[in-house]
Write a protein that binds this ligand. Structure first.
Ligand SMILES: Cc1cc2nc3c(=O)[nH]c(=O)nc-3n(C[C@H](O)[C@H](O)[C@H](O)COP(=O)(O)OP(=O)(O)OC[C@H]3O[C@@H](n4cnc5c(N)ncnc54)[C@H](O)[C@@H]3O)c2cc1C
Length: 490
């Protein structure tokens, strides 16, 4: 009989044997050298451990993997592109006994069917977001979720985190793109909800429970996603704002002029743009870095015949803002190259911070009308406590969602922000409560905000979240340690 020390090793060996029967030896990775980078989160803050990684080719193999995992009591950590900003995909758990399995979706990456009458796409969970966007574009359609990690993150990942990105303002987040979903449950049952319906009021929406569930309720294997008409052109401009008080009026002016054609309105504080310029001077070379705030606006034009008229309206709107001193200057891109150069400033921000040691991050939202007050009050509170602090603020003003991150002023010890991380979080999250905002606007809860969730939900909400988790995963084997824990067995 196996003693207590060898039992976990025996269970892990048995799991590997079972998985090998299901997917073949070449798709069960047992050597850490083959999956090592997947044990570390995108911000290099967590280091997990598993007994093996498995790469099922399709839904039925995923179901068989889940049955084997259940039989052996294995913990299952599902991973797409491993771009989670909240440690959601890293296999860290306090349960040291159970065998651990990293389930990779990278072999399930096909765009199966594009229906140009229903304007939908049936796509597998491991498909990288950029490949889905490219496949849609080939059919003259747009899949509107777009974010800086789109070359790596997957359809399953954006669904499991209900990702936002830069076009939520006009198209909504990932939840709003999804019509149907296929999920493998913890016991291997397949939940086929792959309906491409825009109307379906048949009781509770189970599909919606899995969107944003971060691998804790089931494994998403396929989805039916909405497609939109592809715009024929876009207008892109970078506005230089003289003060934070100009953020709301410049947004309102463009929003009134262009309504839903305003497909992005991203803001960046000067210190954030200056930080990018220190890391990659060439990225910001066309920008005067002396303005307090910058706003990057994108307007989509559906019909090529309207481009000239839309450009004239944009120029008129900018001129009015200029006359009212609500913008100091603006750069209107004149070519595709200039558009990408302006977008590159915004998209380089996360990588620039990563390259210089990172900062203390908050992915927050408050009502758009309170956003400026939130930033100014919270900056003042933090500066009073920590004179060395340097906020790096940027994000999706149109969605009331900012990445409100804290680093250190030039010349200060970069470790200071991490040494004071807890107190910084406390100040920010108290302010979020005061403004009735969210502590996890678009990146999800993952492991980094698991404990915070209990504090920001009412006791009744939190109890229901745990009841939902327990209903789908009674033994707490799916991505344990992320989002919320199952209730103890009674
Ligand atoms: C540079 C950069 C920019 C980013 N910008 C944005 C942004 O603008 N907006 C935004 O919302 N996010 C952004 N993110 C965060 C990240 O890209 C998203 O959270 C993304 O949706 C995760 O996709 P993924 O495939 O990498 O998932 P992973 O990181 O692998 O996993 C994320 C979570 O989803 C679960 N999961 C993954 N696949 C499945 C599946 N098939 N079934 C069930 N659960 C699954 C995992 O268990 C985990 O909990 C950014 C990240 C980076 C690095």
């Amino acid at each position: 009989m196996a003693d207590s020390a060898t039992a976990p090793a025996c269970a892990a060996r048995a799991l590997i044997e079972e998985l090998t029967k299901i997917v073949g030896a070449q798709h069960v990775l047992t050597d850490e050298a083959d999956y090592g980078p997947r044990l570390i989160d995108n911000r290099s803050r967590l280091h997990g451990r598993v007994d093996c990684a498995v790469r099922p080719a399709n839904t039925s193999q995923t179901a068989a993997v889940m049955r084997a995992a259940k039989a052996l009591g294995a913990l299952v950590f599902t991973q797409g592109g491993n771009t989670s900003n909240v440690g959601g995909a890293t296999p860290v758990s306090s349960n040291a006994e159970a065998p651990r399995l990293l389930l990779l979706t990278d072999r399930m990456r096909a765009v199966e069917v594009i229906d140009t009458i229903n304007d939908t796409v049936l796509v597998q969970a491991g498909c990288p977001l950029s490949e889905l966007r490219e496949a849609a574009a080939l059919k003259g359609r747009l899949f509107p979720v777009s974010l800086a990690a789109e070359g790596t993150c997957t359809v399953g990942g954006i669904l499991a985190t209900n990702a936002g990105g830069v076009h939520v303002l006009s198209y909504g987040n990932t939840r709003e793109q999804c019509l149907g979903i296929e999920v493998v449950l913890e016991d291997g049952r397949i939940l086929d909800m792959l309906r491409g319906l825009r109307k379906d009021n048949t009781g509770y929406d189970l599909k919606d429970l899995f969107i944003g569930s971060e691998g804790t309720l089931g494994i998403i294997t396929r989805a039916v996603m909405k497609l939109r008409p592809a715009p024929t052109d876009t207008l892109v401009c970078l506005m230089m704002l003289p003060a934070s008080s100009a953020l709301a009026p410049s947004f309102s002016a463009l929003s009134s002029a262009f309504a839903e054609s305003l497909t992005a309105f991203e803001v960046m504080h000067r210190d954030t743009v200056v930080h990018v310029s220190r890391v990659w001077p060439e990225v910001t070379q066309s920008i005067d870095l002396s303005h307090p705030w910058y706003a990057l606006a994108e307007i989509s034009v559906a019909d090529a015949k309207n481009v000239v008229a839309r450009q004239a309206l944009l120029e008129e709107t900018l001129a009015e803002l200029f006359e009212r001193n609500q913008i100091a200057d603006a750069l209107l891109a004149q070519s595709e190259r200039q558009k990408s150069e302006l977008w590159r400033v915004r998209e380089s921000i996360p990588e620039a911070h990563k390259k210089t040691g990172g900062n203390v991050k908050h992915d927050i939202s408050v009502p758009r009308s309170s956003l400026v007050a939130f930033v100014e009050e919270t900056n003042a509170l933090l500066k009073a406590l920590f004179p060395w602090i340097q906020p790096s603020v940027f994000g999706h003003f149109g969605d009331g969602n900012l990445h409100y991150n804290m680093g250190v002023c030039e010349g200060s010890d970069p470790r200071l922000c991490f040494l004071n991380e807890e107190r910084i979080h406390e100040v920010v999250y108290e302010q979020i409560a005061r403004f009735r905002g969210s502590v996890a606007a678009e990146h999800g809860v993952g492991r980094f905000k698991h404990d915070l969730l209990a504090c920001v939900k009412t006791p009744a909400e939190y109890a229901l979240l745990r009841a939902v988790k327990t209903a789908f995963d009674p033994q707490g084997r799916l991505n344990p340690g992320a989002v919320v824990d199952a209730l103890p067995a009674s």
